[in-house]
Design a protein around this ligand. Structure first.
Ligand code: FEO
Length: 388
């Protein structure tokens, strides 16, 4: 078990998963992921969430080390997604007298996932309800759609600890040494990104509360400089760009479109762009390209025409952006087509359907390969991007 102390009486009992191939069936996690779970030891003992069924056994062993001869009185379920709820039946069987705390929706979903006798164990809570454990006291804060409808956060009022469910989570096992923001941002935009308004709503509810530590369901426990993390969540969930910069994302069949994309990326750097990221949408991690699209205020898309439309990986990228509520950004377009270039028109139609996305009027059209006239057109487009 990763040794993480939150306080004397609030102890980490979660697990790392370094064997998983794809988190949520789609995201690469080179450093794995942690499923966090906590025990609060007081007159009443509370277990905060379970873990993915893949790691039930290891997790139950962690719990027993901390519990000693005691038994948990309650299991609080913040979120029913199986990465956290996957071991509910196993722990209910292990501790038959334990009550399960959730809201009405939690129990609807629990019944859909499991067959054990839930009704005899359930304690239904709603917004603002409290549960006293002795010295500790839990207050429940509903956080619908951050990231499922039943999600709730829990604020422990005596030590001022926020159990934030998926909020403030990060990819990467707990024994990974890496920058928090990079993998927390990729996690946020891909998993919670669609629900910015709901994240804003919960940030407003939490605004008055003093918080000494944030205990999320994934990634490290945050104990210091909390304003930094909360500030990033405010930026991300309000869809404001975090940094001035440009993502150049390309979809290329034989490398000519890729060459144009790389050329404009260099031009942007020479013209003083603060940050330029580049993504090969056919080969690079799509989730990272989405992260960078939201991170920066501008984007250049370069795409080959295919079957009279957009090359598939670019179409996929745009459909992800639309689903995640991409907005408030400026986009420039480069298309390629040997006989009937159409990618620019089709990309523009999709982007113009997004909220507050300004698509620069001038599209650079490449006819097969980059020639001298394309280079000057790319240079002009780079100027327009810089001045937008
Ligand atoms: Fe980590 Fe939405 O589950």
């Amino acid at each position: 078990m990763s040794k993480v102390e939150i306080t004397d009486k609030i102890l980490y009992v979660g697990v790392n998963d370094r064997d998983i191939d794809l988190f949520e069936g789609q995201y690469v996690v080179p450093e794995g992921v942690s499923y966090n779970s906590y025990l609060i030891m007081d007159e009443k003992v509370v277990l905060m969430d379970t873990v993915d069924a893949r790691k039930s056994e290891e997790w139950l062993a962690n719990i027993k080390v901390v519990l000693g001869t005691r038994q948990p009185d309650y299991l609080v379920v913040s979120h029913m997604e199986p990465d956290h709820a996957g071991s509910i039946a196993a722990v209910a069987e292990e501790f038959p007298d334990m009550k399960i705390v959730g809201n009405a929706k939690t129990f609807t979903f629990m019944g859909q996932f499991f067959d054990f006798d839930i009704d005899s164990k359930k304690v239904v809570v709603a917004e603002g309800d409290e549960l006293s454990l002795g010295k500790h006291n839990l207050k429940f804060i509903m956080a619908p759609m951050v990231h499922w409808p039943e999600v709730m956060m829990t604020y422990e009022t005596s030590e001022k600890i926020l159990f934030s469910a998926d909020g403030f989570g990060k990819f990467g096992a707990l024994d990974t040494e890496e920058d928090w923001a990079c993998e927390a941002r990729r996690y946020y935009f891909n998993i919670v990104g669609k629900y910015g308004a709901q994240v804003q709503a919960v940030l407003k509810k939490l605004a008055g509360a003093e918080v000494n530590a944030i205990c999320p369901l994934h990634g490290p426990i945050l104990k210091e400089n909390l304003a930094y993390y909360i500030g990033l969540y405010d930026t991300w969930s309000s869809y404001r760009p975090e940094d001035e910069g440009v993502l150049v994302a390309y979809a290329s069949i034989y490398g000519n479109t890729a060459g144009a994309a790389k050329q404009i990326a260099e031009m942007l750097k020479e013209k003083g762009a603060k940050k330029v990221a580049i993504a090969d949408l056919a080969r690079d991690d799509m989730a990272e390209a989405i992260e960078d699209a939201f991170r920066y205020d501008k984007m250049v898309l370069a795409c080959s025409t295919y079957d009279g439309g957009i090359f598939p990986c670019m179409e996929d990228f745009l459909s992800h952006l639309k689903a995640k509520n991409y907005q408030k950004r400026t986009v420039a377009l480069i298309e390629n087509g040997t006989w009937a270039p159409m990618a620019g028109k089709k990309m523009r139609e999709i982007l113009e359907g997004m909220k507050d996305v300004k698509v620069l009027e001038n599209t650079v059209t490449i006819r097969s390969a980059v020639k001298a006239d394309t280079v000057s057109a790319l240079d002009k487009l780079a100027d327009e991007v810089m001045n937008a």
